[in-house]
Design a protein around this ligand. Structure first.
Ligand code: GDG
Length: 490
């Protein structure tokens, strides 16, 4: 069996069964254990001097290969082009986009350097799976070094509409680099559609569909495959974790704080894409308009810090501190604090148990590739007495979780109404919605996501056999058009 090589910006700290391991990390690690293989990426360390060296650790059939970044590389590749240019642009925040061509050069340089570090560790029949926007030029760099293995790429964040992507000056170089992969995976059909739109209308390429399987893309002199693979969670494991924590100390403390008030709950990295300010304001609107809700409900926002050395993240933190203080000042009573805003990380098991306690899961990003928190909240519910998910239509998860109350996160009144409806929803309706969503989550758990991607990656003709345009006959083109419409409609 071929070895699997996972390449991602950070290598997940896996402690078997440990609290840090989330669905994605566990799903990918399971696959590595089955086939044997390697996880390669940045160690998280930043060096001011000296020379980074690869650290290789063996754990059973899995090798972890990590390497530090030099300070300049971290600034240009990670903070700069990845997180100040690509992250805002791909989340439709062209207003926050910063661009410096030296950062882009650094981004390409670090991708090429990382690829060179990986090459000596590769075997001829390894299958390589690269993750996320930090590593868009990675396959191109491997190909330049003569690597002919199958290489797939999964984008965890949205792929933006062409008009937004055009705001990133080297958009063409990026899409051309993407076309060096053999298989591209997107979270949802709209992301795949946006990519195809760029290929056809900006890159003069073509997209064909067969009756099943990924689309075939011809662009920049290459042929590759592309499809949507919505990432999942392990719903039954989360349910067990949540149940096990039901009588634990964190839940008892939370319940004591609430007395018998209802709980609305959100968990997000503190990121401007997550729509936290709008969410706080919609909760305020609920209290403003539904005086009867005052002192009967509290809102818990857990928002662990992330990318705290970047201005945009310092700004959102200040803004949220201001909003929570203002809203609490406006409505709090001696015995009631409306918003409990916590800027730190909790163990996974604690989050799951708190989700089960919450009457409403309030997940309203302005844009999100998928949003695993939405899926985790649903999974953690007690099927006999489940809570209600209020979900942004701009989270990838909204394509699947139609048992949620779907909201537009800029519509503050609409969100306040959805919160009120969620808090009042009768038991039978809550149960029916939860049941439907659990069916969906079980059918498309994280193993299914991974296996579908790996099946399609194993199925592509790699660069070894020359992934050149095969040309398509007229008859194929006609049936392809129908299949294409169906695939892109999701
Ligand atoms: C990217 C895409 C896509 C959060 N706080 C704590 C904690 N978490 C865990 C959550 C969840 C994960 O982190 C966050 O995943 P999300 O999907 O919600 O969002 P991103 O971090 O932005 O992830 C996203 C994802 O990749 C996967 O493809 O869905 O769209 O942006 O699992 O539970 N975990 C612990 N303590 C915390 O305080 N232990």
């Amino acid at each position: 069996m071929s070895r699997l090589i996972i390449v991602s910006n950070r290598v997940a700290p896996i402690s078997e069964g440990g609290p840090a391991a989330g669905g994605l990390a566990v799903g990918v690690y399971d696959a590595l254990k089955e086939t044997g293989g390697m996880w390669f990426g940045w160690s998280g360390d930043v060096l001011s001097s000296g020379q980074p060296h690869i650290k290789v650790e063996e754990r059973g059939p899995v090798t972890f290969a990590t390497i530090a970044l030099m300070r300049r590389d971290y600034d240009q590749y990670y903070r700069g082009f990845s997180n100040a240019t690509l992250w805002p642009a791909f989340h439709y925040r062209a207003d926050l986009l910063q661009y410096d061509r030296h950062d882009f050069e650094g981004y390409c340089r670090v991708n090429a350097w990382l690829a060179q570090q990986l090459v000596p560790l590769l075997r001829e029949d390894d299958v390589i799976w690269v993750h996320d926007y930090h590593l868009i030029p990675f396959a191109q760099a491997l190909r330049a070094a003569g690597v002919k293995n199958r290489i797939g790429f999964f984008l965890h964040i949205p792929f933006p509409a062409s008009q937004v992507l055009l705001a990133v000056p080297p958009h063409r170089e990026l899409v051309e680099a993407l076309c060096s992969f053999d298989l591209l995976g997107f979270q949802t059909a709209p992301d795949l559609r946006a990519f195809c739109d760029y290929i056809v209308n900006e890159a003069n390429g073509t997209v064909d569909a067969s009756a099943s399987g990924p689309l075939t893309v011809h662009a920049f002199g290459r042929t590759l495959r592309a499809s949507a693979y919505p990432i999942g969670v392990y719903p039954d494991e989360i349910a067990e974790l949540a149940k096990a924590g039901e009588r634990g100390k964190p839940v008892r403390t939370m319940k004591a704080t609430l007395h018998s008030r209802k709980l609305i709950m959100s968990v997000d990295r503190l990121d401007y894409s997550k729509g936290l300010v709008e969410r706080f304001r919609a909760f305020e609107r609920l209290l403003e308009h539904a005086a009867a809700q005052r002192n009967t409900v509290s809102f818990l926002q857990i928002a662990p810090p992330t990318r705290a050395d970047m201005h945009a993240y310092q700004d959102i933190r200040l803004q949220l501190e201001g909003e929570s203080g203002r809203i609490n000042g406006r409505f709090a009573e001696l015995d009631w604090t409306p918003i409990l805003y916590i800027h730190k990380q909790y163990e996974r098991s604690v989050l799951a148990a708190l989700f089960r306690t919450a009457h409403v899961g309030y997940v309203t990003p302005l844009r999100d590739g998928m949003n695993l928190v939405a899926k985790e909240y649903v999974s953690a519910q007690d099927p006999e007495n489940p809570g209600v998910l209020v979900l942004s239509r701009f989270a990838g998860a909204a394509q699947e979780l139609d048992g949620a109350l779907i909201v537009n996160p800029v519509d503050i009144d609409g969100m306040a109404e959805a919160l009120a409806r969620a808090l009042e929803m009768p038991l039978a309706e809550r149960q029916a919605r939860h049941r439907d969503m659990m069916v969906q989550l079980r059918e498309n758990n994280v193993s299914v996501w991974r296996d579908n991607f790996m099946r399609d990656l194993q199925g592509v003709n790699s660069a070894r056999s020359g992934a050149k345009s095969t040309g398509s006959g007229k008859a194929r083109a006609a049936s392809g058009k129908k299949a294409l419409r169906e695939t892109l409609a999701g």
